[in-house]
Design a protein around this ligand. Structure first.
Ligand code: HEC
Length: 181
């Protein structure tokens, strides 16, 4: 027991020293948008991809491809609400990463956002918050018909935002004013 405690203290000491070391080497580890822009972009894409997969589940449930499970549908809506709330916070300036060469090499490593997301951040942010609120409201609704109506409303909010702030791959990257490799 004594040894176990001693080990615990030593481990805690190492952890503290490690944390202090991080601060000593990197004065701003919290500024990940500035220090790790490609990772912030990746986090944003993974978040949206997960929102998309949850949305597929919702629509497959509404369309009868899955047996309707109201608890699971509401739990996914609740998670989607949080993700939609967090999403626009991953738009630090250096994270508009795109170049033709980079996209050709690894399409998953470039941003699909349009420049408008940065140029009209307030408008973009407002749409994310609206969609987040719709998902939250749906997650809390008792009546399944209300949940389904809100799932459809949420879908139109996804599309409205994509219309302006997401790249239409068919028309390329023409609307982008900035980009880096
Ligand atoms: C506030 C705007 C906004 C809302 C609301 C929104 N999206 Fe998105 N979505 C975007 C943007 C911008 C991107 C591109 C992100 C990037 O690559 O930088 C994107 C990307 C995606 C992707 C591609 C993910 C990838 O990188 O592979 C999917 C799938 C997706 N959205 C689904 C949805 C669904 C489903 C909803 C609604 C439940 C939704 N989105 C709501 C703006 C939005």
């Amino acid at each position: 027991m004594r040894n176990a405690l001693a080990c615990g203290c030593a481990a805690a000491g190492i952890a503290l020293a490690g944390a202090a070391g991080v601060h000593a080497q990197d004065p701003a580890p919290y500024m990940t948008g500035e220090t790790r822009p490609a990772e912030m972009l990746e986090a944003r894409r993974i978040l949206m991809d997960t929102i998309g997969r949850n949305n597929d589940f919702l629509h497959d449930s509404v369309d009868g491809h899955f047996e309707w499970d109201g608890v699971s549908v509401r739990a996914r809506l609740d998670a989607m609400s949080s993700m939609l709330f967090a999403f626009p916070h991953l738009y630090h300036p250096g994270t508009d990463i795109w170049s033709e060469a980079r996209e050709a090499e690894d399409a998953a490593s470039v941003s699909l956002s349009t420049a408008a997301a940065w140029e009209d951040f307030e408008g973009f942010y407002a749409l994310a918050q609206e969609a987040s609120m719709t998902a939250l409201e749906a997650s809390l609704a008792h009546d399944d018909d209300v949940v389904i109506a809100l799932i459809e409303e949420l879908e139109s909010q996804c599309e409205a935002c994509h219309e302006v702030y997401r790249q239409d791959r068919a028309s390329g990257r023409a609307s982008l004013s900035t980009g880096s490799d």
